[in-house]
Write a protein that binds this ligand. Sequence first.
Ligand code: THU
Length: 300
Amino acid sequence: MAVVLYPEVPSIPEGLQQLLDDVSRACFQAEGIDEALFSVRIVDEETIHRLNRKTRKVDRPTDVLSYPEINYPAGKTARDCPRLLKREYDPDSGMVYLGDCVISLPRAQAQAAEYGHSLRRELGYLTAHSAFHLMGYDHMTDEDKAKMREMEKIAMRQVQLWKDDTMTDQRLMELALEARERSYSPYSKFQVGACILTEDGRTFQGCNFENASYGATICAERCAASNAVINGARRFTAIAIVGSAGYAWPCGICRQVLNEFGGGKLRVIVGDPEGQNLQVRSLSELLPESFGPEDLGISL
Ligand code: THU
C-alpha cells in the first residue's frame, strides 16, 4: 500500500485504492525513490472549500490540495534529498511519509466530464499531481511547470492513463496485426487480430480463438472487449481489426458487443491483411437503429 485512503463521501469509485496505489508507485518510480506513503482524503465541495480557506486563505473550492511533510530546499525534489526523506521514515509502514493530499470528488467528476475522459483518469491525474507536489515539485514558473507536467506524464503513461497524442489509426492497426499473431484458428484458418482504444487512452488487444465445438468460438473483437472490461475499461472510442484475407468487418454479435461499450460513435477501422489501406466507419453506420443499454434505462 502506497496510499492511505480516507473516503469521506458516501460513494467512491470501485477499485480506487488500487488505482491510487498504482499511480503513486509509478510516481515514485519516475522520481527514482523507494516506495513511500501519503494519505489521500476524498472529500466533498464544502470540505475542500473550507480547507482551502483555512490553510491557503483562498476562499473558493478547488480540485486538489497537497500538504508536504518535507520542506525541500529551493529547486530540489525528493530524489535530491535522501537525508530529509529519512527523517520522515515511519517504522510501522516501513516507508517514508511524504504528507497528505485532499481531492474533491465532485470537482474530479466535473473535470472528467469537461475534458471528456474517465473519472478514473481524472482521479489518477490529481493523485499524480499531488504526489509530485509532495516530492517537492511546483508550477510557479513556466520552467517548473513543464518539469512537473513531464513527470506526471511519465507516471500516467506507466499506468496507461495517458491519452497518447501519438495514437493513430495506423498504430492501432499495428497492435491489431500483432494480436493476429496469437490467433488460435485451426478450423477456419482465418486469423483475426483486433485492438480497442479506450477513452482514457489505453489499448487492449484480442485475437479469435476457436473450438472443436465450433459454436464456442470467440471472435477477436470480443476477445479484445473482454480484455478491456477485466482491466476496468468501460468506454471504447475505436477498434482496429485485421483478418488474414479481405477486410474483416466485425460480425453481427461483435457489433452488438461493441455497441454496449462504444455506442454509435465508436470508430471501426479495418485494413487489408497487411494492415494497410484502412477503411473507417462509425459503429452507427454498421449497426443502425441499434438496441443498447440506454433502451433499458442504463447509462454507463
Ligand atoms: N472472426 C472474428 O474473429 N471476427 C469477426 O468479426 C468475424 C469472424 C473469426 C471467428 C472464427 O474464428 C473465424 O473468424 C471464422 O469465422
